[in-house]
Design a protein around this ligand. Structure first.
Ligand code: NAD
Ligand code: GLY
Length: 360
């Protein structure tokens, strides 16, 4: 078992990573001082695959399990789902020392974290992420939330989990497109922080795409270590944590203008990482050969690189200006200087952004 500590004083916690460990979650939960009731939140897809082993383990450790299933899909990451969840928690009489367990991808993780942070002014939360994106990113760091009809992730809290329990074997049932989309976040860590990790992507494509357990363990562990280090230094994103948004300024805008239908998050992020690397090159911050390496790795993992022609750069720019990362109208970009190092850069002109968006 690999353990990574997220160091946040009295809110510190472990990320536990291994194969075939869902069956041990009950023992892990019994080490905390939770009361007898555990609320499990999942969706039908993940529930049908994994609830058997998980619930057996939790019940065998003496907990009473309350299962709450919400439909599968980003559109259910909403305040309306929260109403249903609060209702179920109240009816089942979960109390202030009960815990909620999130079993699923980032949607379930964000909803469960938000429910835990607000139910009875805050109860414990345990993350059991089952997508690659959730295992390397969303389950760690405490960002929770739901979407509003006027914007994604606009309602939310910072609420750190008590533990993150990563069973790599759950990735074996993940659709390939979802795996590749999650891999975009892994590429991000290589570019922003760790050239050795990036070298690993270049050298081990087949192992990674064949879901080799050792290769997966390495990339997940390294990604979690990087996220943990960044979050430990800047939990509330007043500075350093913004580097985790590399590729996201353009990526989020792509998701917005395409109505969250054409691209999975990591696919839009992949285009964003490529175009933001190109922007960095245009501004003279990074060498052409480094941009080529970033582009090549994104392509190697079958992720898109360019904007489709039907996306108008003007509407993309408008979406960027409305993003919550934009403060006082200043567009902020995380720009690579070389693989492994980025800078936070404000004050890029709209004309420069439009130039970088061009398919060249
Ligand atoms: P998701 O949760 O929608 O999961 C993708 C699909 O995979 C779903 O259909 C799900 O049912 C299915 N699935 C999950 N695990 C499976 C498994 N093991 N086998 C088979 N199918 C499985 O999507 P996601 O990409 O995991 O997460 C995206 C969400 O995460 C977005 O809402 C995004 O805003 C959020 N997010 C949050 C943070 C954060 O820091 N909190 C960071 C990044 C993304
Ligand atoms: N996914 C970006 C962050 O957690 O800050």
């Amino acid at each position: 078992m690999r353990k990574i500590r997220v160091d946040l004083g009295e809110r510190s916690y472990n990320i536990v990573i291994d194969n075939n460990i869902l069956k041990e979650i009950g023992t892990a939960l019994s080490k905390f001082e939770f009361s007898g009731k555990i609320g499990l939140i999942s969706n039908p897809t993940v529930y049908n695959l994994y609830v058997g082993v998980l619930s057996e383990s939790i019940r065998a450790s003496g907990f009473d399990l309350v299962e709450i299933i919400i439909p599968d899909g980003e559109e259910y990451k909403s305040l309306s789902s929260m109403q249903d969840i609060y209702g179920e928690l109240l009816k089942a009489k979960l109390d202030r020392i009960s815990a909620l367990v999130a079993l699923g991808g980032g949607v379930i993780g964000d909803i469960t974290g938000f429910a835990a942070s607000t139910y009875m002014r805050g109860i414990a939360c345990v993350q059991v992420p089952t997508t690659l994106l959730a295992q390397v990113d969303s389950s760690v760091g405490g960002k929770t939330g739901v979407n509003h009809q006027l914007g994604k992730n606009m309602i939310g809290t910072f609420w750190q989990p008590e533990i993150v329990w990563v069973d790599i074997d759950t990735l074996m049932t993940l659709p390939r497109r979802e795996f590749l989309s999650g891999f975009a976040e892994v590429i991000k860590y290589g570019v922003i922080w760790d050239e050795d990790l990036f070298d690993f992507f270049e050298a081990n494509r087949d192992l990674i795409l064949d879901l080799d357990r050792d290769a997966l363990t390495y990339i997940i562990k390294r990604s979690c270590e990087i996220k943990s280090e960044v979050v430990s230094k800047d939990e509330r994103e007043s500075g350093l944590r913004a580097i985790l948004n590399y590729g996201h300024t353009i990526g989020h805008a792509i998701e917005t203008v395409t109505g969250y239908k054409k691209y999975l998050h990591g696919e839009a992020l992949a285009v964003g990482m490529h175009l933001e690397a190109r922007l960095s090159r245009m501004l003279g911050f990074i060498g052409a050969e480094q941009v080529e390496r970033i582009k090549a790795v994104i392509g190697l993992y079958e992720l898109p690189l360019e904007l489709p022609s039907e996306i108008d750069p003007g509407s993309l720019l408008e979406a960027m200006q409305l993003d919550k990362k934009t403060v006082a109208g200043e567009l902020k970009f995380i720009l690579p200087e070389r693989i492994g190092t980025v800078k936070i850069h404000s004050g890029v002109s709209p004309a420069e952004v439009k130039e970088a968006l061009k398919n060249i």
